[in-house]
Design a protein around this ligand. Structure first.
Ligand SMILES: [Fe+2]
Ligand SMILES: [Fe+2]
Length: 468
C-alpha cells in the first residue's frame, strides 16, 4: 500500500516507525537545500511534464503531470517481499534471504550502498547547467525527468542507510549531501561521476554509457541476499529503463541528423551544416564508454569475490547460470605480463567484475548496432564502434598501459600522437559548445539532432513539455 498523504510518500509503512520517520523528515530539508543549491540551474519554477513514482504496481506505478521540480514528490518505494524467497547464489545459496543486515557483512553492505547512493546526486550535479542549452523542450523534459529520478534513487539508498545502519547510516546519508561532483577537496567517490558534462552530447553519452553501468550494478544488487537492498534496486530498475532510453534513442537521433546533413552537403561535411560529424561522435563514444567501463572495478578483484561469496552482489540474470557457487570455474582473461598481453585463467569469483562488464559490453554493442543501422540506411560506409575494453582505462589491469581503440598494445608516444583522433580535443569541445543553442519553442529542435519518433506518454513531439 502506498501512502501518498504523508510528508514522504512511501510503501514501507514509514508511519509505523516513528523514529525512522523523524530521522528521514530531518534529512528531507537538507535534501531540498542540496537540490536548490546544486540541482538544475534555473527552471526550478517552470512546470515540467514529469512522471512521478506513486506505487510499485506494474500496471500503474507512474503518474504524469506538470510539476515544478522542487515540489516533486520524492518517495520511498520497495517491491513487496516474496514469501519463501531463497538466496540465489554464493556461499549462502538456498538459505532464506536476510531481512536484517548480517553482522559480519555490515561494513561491506554499507560500502556497497554508499557507493551506489553517491552516484545518484553526483549525476544531478554534473548535469546541472544543461537546461540553458536544451535542443528542444522534449529533451529538456527528459533531462529533468532523469534528474528528479536520480534524486529519488538517492532517497532509496538513504532509506536503507537510515533504516538498517543506525548512527553510521545517518552520518553516511549526510555525507551523501556534502560531497560534490568534481570538487577537488570533497569529490564524489567514483571517477566518471567527477567528469564534467559540458554539453548535450556528453549528456546523451552519459545516459547511454554511464547510466548503463548503473543499470548493471542495480541488476547485480537486485540479486542480493540482503532482501531490502534487492527489493529497492529492483524497483529502481524500472525508472532506470527510461534513462537508458534517453541516451540510446538520443544518440540514434543525433546520428540520423548527421547522416541527413552529410547527404545534403556536397562534401558530406555535417559540421558545415550545423551537425556533429561521425568522427566526433566516435570520440565521445570512446571517452564515455571507457570511463564508464572503469566503474565496474578491477578485472581481477578480491572485493568482487567477497561480495559474490557473501551472497551480497550477484550476476546479471543469475537464474540462467547452472552453478551459483562459482567456486571451481575459471574465466579466460587477457592480462599484462612482462609488458605483453597473455591469456590467463582467473578463478571465476575473482573475475565477477569482468563477468558483469561482459553483460554491459554486450548491451552497449546492441545500442551501437542500432545507430549503425541508421548510417547504413543512409548509404554511408562509416560505422560507429564500441572501443576495446582495454582502451583508455584508469582502473584495473589495463590501466597504466597504452592501448588503441581496437585493443592493440602500443606505447605512450604513439598513443599521445593519436590522442586527438581518439578522444575529444579542445577544438571538438569548442565546436560542440558553439552548436549548443537553446530551443524552447514547442515542436522546434536544434540543427544537430533529429526529433524523436514519438513523444512522452502518448503526447506529440510539439507538446509543451516544459513551460518556459
Ligand atoms: Fe539512478
Ligand atoms: Fe539513472
Amino acid at each position: 500500500m502506498t501512502n501518498q498523504s504523508e510528508k514522504i510518500p512511501n510503501n514501507v509503512n514509514l508511519g509505523e516507525d516513528r523514529g525512522l520517520q523523524r530521522a528521514l523528515e530531518t534529512w528531507q530539508p537538507n535534501f531540498q537545500k542540496w537540490w536548490m543549491e546544486v540541482g538544475p540551474k534555473g527552471f526550478q519554477q517552470n512546470p515540467a511534464y514529469l512522471r512521478t513514482a506513486v506505487s510499485v504496481e506494474p500496471s500503474g506505478w507512474a503518474h504524469f503531470d506538470y510539476v515544478r521540480m522542487p515540489e516533486y514528490r520524492w518517495g520511498i518505494f520497495v517491491v513487496p517481499p516474496a514469501s519463501d524467497k531463497k538466496i540465489a547464489f554464493g556461499d549462502f545459496e538456498g538459505q532464506p534471504v536476510w531481512n536484517e543486515v548480517p553482522g559480519e557483512f555490515r561494513n561491506a553492505l554499507r560500502r556497497i550502498i554508499v557507493t551506489q547512493g553517491d552516484t545518484e546526486p553526483a549525476s544531478v550535479e554534473q548535469q546541472r547547467s544543461l537546461g540553458h542549452t536544451a535542443p528542444s523542450l522534449y529533451d529538456l523534459r527528459n533531462l529533468f525527468q532523469v534528474n528528479v529520478e536520480e534524486g529519488r534513487h538517492l532517497w532509496a539508498m538513504v532509506y536503507l542507510l537510515h533504516k538498517y545502519f543506525g548512527r553510521d547510516g545517518r552520518e553516511e546519508a549526510e555525507e551523501l549531501l556534502q560531497r560534490r561532483s568534481g570538487d577537488p577537496d570533497k569529490p564524489r567517490i567514483l571517477g566518471a561521476f567527477n567528469q564534467p558534462i559540458e554539453n548535450w552530447l556528453d549528456f546523451f553519452m552519459f545516459t547511454m554509457f554511464t547510466d548503463r553501468d548503473g543499470k548493471y550494478q542495480l541488476i547485480a544488487l537486485s540479486e542480493s541476499g540482503f532482501d531490502p537492498l534487492a527489493r529497492t534496486t529492483r524497483f529502481m530498475l524500472t525508472e532506470e529503463a527510461h534513462h537508458m532510453f534517453v541516451g540510446e534513442t538520443a544518440l540514434q537521433r543525433v546520428t540520423q541528423r548527421t547522416c541527413e546533413l552529410m547527404r545534403q552537403d556536397p562534401n558530406e561535411d555535417a559540421r558545415q551544416l550545423g551537425g556533429i560529424d561521425l568522427p566526433t561522435i566516435q570520440k565521445y563514444v570512446n571517452l564515455w564508454y571507457s570511463v564508464s567501463a572503469d566503474l565496474f572495478g578491477g578485472e581481477i578483484s578480491s572485493n568482487a569475490a567477497t561480495y559474490f561469496g557473501a551472497s551480497l552482489k550477484g550476476r546479471d540474470r543469475e537464474g540462467t547460470y547452472q552453478d551459483h557457487k562459482a567456486l571451481d570455474g575459471h574465466y579466460p582473461m587477457m592480462v599484462m605480463e612482462d609488458g605483453k598481453l597473455v591469456e590467463k585463467q582467473v578463478p571465476l569469483r575473482n573475475a565477477m567484475n569482468e563477468v558483469l562488464r561482459d553483460s554491459y559490453i554486450e548491451d552497449c554493442q546492441r545500442g551501437c548496432d542500432r545507430w549503425n543501422k541508421v548510417i547504413e540506411r543512409a548509404s554511408i560506409p562509416l560505422r560507429l564502434k564500441i572501443p576495446s575494453r582495454r582502451f583508455n582505462r584508469r582502473i584495473g589491469i589495463y590501466a597504466g598501459a597504452y592501448f588503441t581503440p581496437d585493443g592493440h598494445l602500443t606505447d605512450k608516444e604513439e598513443w599521445e600522437r593519436h590522442r586527438d583522433e581518439w578522444l575529444p580535443n579542445e577544438s571538438d569541445r569548442s565546436f560542440l559548445s558553439s552548436l549548443m543553442k537553446p530551443v524552447y519553442e514547442p515542436g522546434k529542435i536544434a540543427s544537430w539532432v533529429a526529433p524523436p519518433e514519438k513523444g512522452i506518454n502518448g503526447k506529440p513531439f510539439d507538446f509543451e513539455y516544459v513551460r518556459v
